[in-house]
Write a protein that binds this ligand. Structure first.
Ligand SMILES: Cc1cc2nc3c(=O)[nH]c(=O)nc-3n(C[C@H](O)[C@H](O)[C@H](O)COP(=O)(O)OP(=O)(O)OC[C@H]3O[C@@H](n4cnc5c(N)ncnc54)[C@H](O)[C@@H]3O)c2cc1C
Length: 435
């Protein structure tokens, strides 16, 4: 199985790649060659794939400097988040924003300006980046920050790898007393109850997210579990309290294991973990932030045609009714989303020109790629989201239409000026190439 595929495993396009030797390496492109940096392929769709050559950053994995007094770390861009955390957490420093997997690179986290369970408090990953060096195809190396090459800085954060190759980045980490999270899981009956919990808890909790039972309907539409947490105040053996990867899906399954029957069983089991009551526990940071990492290669459960993720964000005003409509349309079309996640994004402005988050409700739906009917449903969901003033996440996407992308991101025309002419992705060619 090739390393060079996206997490959704759709589309399947053979990729050629060149492994960069280190952050001092030059790009040395052939005339007319088109390239795209590759982190660790944890993007779901085609934004990490190219019709040209991938520049694999796996060997750009050194920590260059770490100041344990200030929590400022400078590292090469191919460093995995798990390796950064292993080095800094014992000294009491953790990334201010982490996505739901620790197997992303720092370059990938910047290029997608990723968000986490504390968006309502800390905004996106890019908000904590102090500077980075960008290698352009003309051979220049540009150090970018909020004050130096500021426009290129903003275009590169959330810039989907199209503005050049980030060789190193300097990041401000967050002090934590403990790697343990004091977690509370609260069952809720429907979307209105979710919103009440979010309003009450987001003021007091660093982290929050809700799992939704996508098959519940009627008065129970949007029922689920609200998961909130804070770093424990007590010092501990930081990083030691958590478990690593336990299970793995060893080979590609010939058919998807994800269907309505398995989904019903999974949802019932998941919901029953609290037995209908609020449940509190201290948990390690890995099971709290990265529960899916415990099952290596879980994306293969979706079968050979892969999975399609649909993440939208819609303004708070119409938010709940839009989320209800997205869930109902999926149910009516006969597609249950396997893992359905709902969260309130806060008001912190994203630093990137094309950053996905905006204030509102973000809903993430996962569907097996079962053929044309699921694509038709996803087009319908896009329309509902756009009509409400919302947008679709590009780095989870493999099929949105150019008009959907243009309507989602008005900053695109400003962004174009910063694209490196030798950089291209399948995503960009598909949604924005012709404009
Ligand atoms: C289980 C799971 C949970 C997830 N949870 C979340 C979540 O909670 N929040 C969230 O926001 N995302 C989430 N994601 C998505 C993931 O965090 C992002 O797609 C992330 O950016 C992937 O990083 P990567 O290193 O694998 O980069 P890749 O997927 O390989 O590449 C991502 C983009 O970054 C560019 N890039 C990579 N390296 C560089 C570089 N050195 N210089 C310039 N550009 C570069 C690539 O060209 C590409 O456009 C999740 C993904 C998975 C699989």
């Amino acid at each position: 199985m090739s390393r060079y595929q996206s997490w959704g495993r759709y589309p399947k396009v053979l990729q050629s790649a060149r492994v960069l030797a280190g952050s001092g390496a030059r790009l040395d492109l052939a005339a007319g060659e088109c390239v795209l940096p590759f982190g660790n392929g944890r993007s779901y769709g085609d934004s990490c794939l190219t019709g040209g050559t991938l520049l694999d950053t796996a060997k750009l994995n050194r920590i260059i400097a770490f100041d344990t007094e200030t929590g400022v770390v400078r590292c090469e861009a191919g460093l995995l988040l798990c390796d950064l955390t292993a080095a800094t957490l014992p000294a009491g420093w953790f990334v201010a924003v982490t996505p739901g997997t620790q197997y992303v690179t720092i370059g990938g986290a910047i290029a997608n300006d990723v968000h986490g369970k504390n968006h309502h408090v800390r905004g996106t990953f890019g908000a904590h980046v102090r500077a980075f060096e960008l290698l352009r195809s003309d051979g220049t190396r540009r150090v970018c920050s909020a004050t130096a090459n500021a426009e290129l800085f903003a275009a590169t954060i959330g810039g989907l790898g199209l503005t050049g190759l980030i060789s190193w980045a300097e990041i401000q980490l967050m002090p934590v007393a403990s790697s343990t999270i004091d977690q509370t899981i609260t069952p809720f009956a429907n979307l209105a109850d979710f919103m009440e919990l979010a309003v009450a808890c987001d003021a007091t909790h660093e982290y929050s997210v809700a799992w939704i039972d996508s098959l519940a309907s009627g008065a129970n539409l949007g029922r689920g579990l609200y998961i909130k947490g804070n770093h424990a105040r007590e010092a501990d053996a930081r990083g030691a309290a958590s478990s690593g990867q336990r299970l793995s899906v060893p080979f590609e399954l010939p058919v998807p294991l994800i269907g309505t029957t398995t989904l019903r069983a999974f949802n019932a089991l998941y919901r029953r973990q609290t037995l209908g009551r609020e449940k509190s526990a201290s948990v390690g940071y890995r099971p709290f932030f990265y529960p899916l990492d415990a099952i290596g290669g879980w994306n293969r459960l979706y079968g050979p045609r892969g999975l399609l993720q649909h993440q939208s964000v819609v303004p708070l005003g119409p938010g709940l009714s839009v989320v209800a409509e997205l869930l109902e349309r999926s149910q009516r079309a006969g597609f249950g989303s396997f893992l359905t996640v709902l969260k309130v994004f806060g008001a912190n402005a994203s630093p990137g020109l094309l950053s996905f988050p905006m204030p509102g409700l973000t809903l993430t739906l996962d569907f097996a790629n079962s053929g044309p009917a699921v694509f038709a449903l996803l087009d319908q969901l896009d329309e509902v989201v756009l009509a409400s003033g919302g947008r679709i996440n590009p780095y989870k996407d493999a099929r949105m239409r150019p008009a959907t992308f243009a309507a989602s991101f008005p900053g695109v025309s400003q962004f174009r000026a910063h694209i490196d002419p030798a950089f291209c992705s399948l995503f960009w060619t598909r949604v924005a190439g012709a404009a």
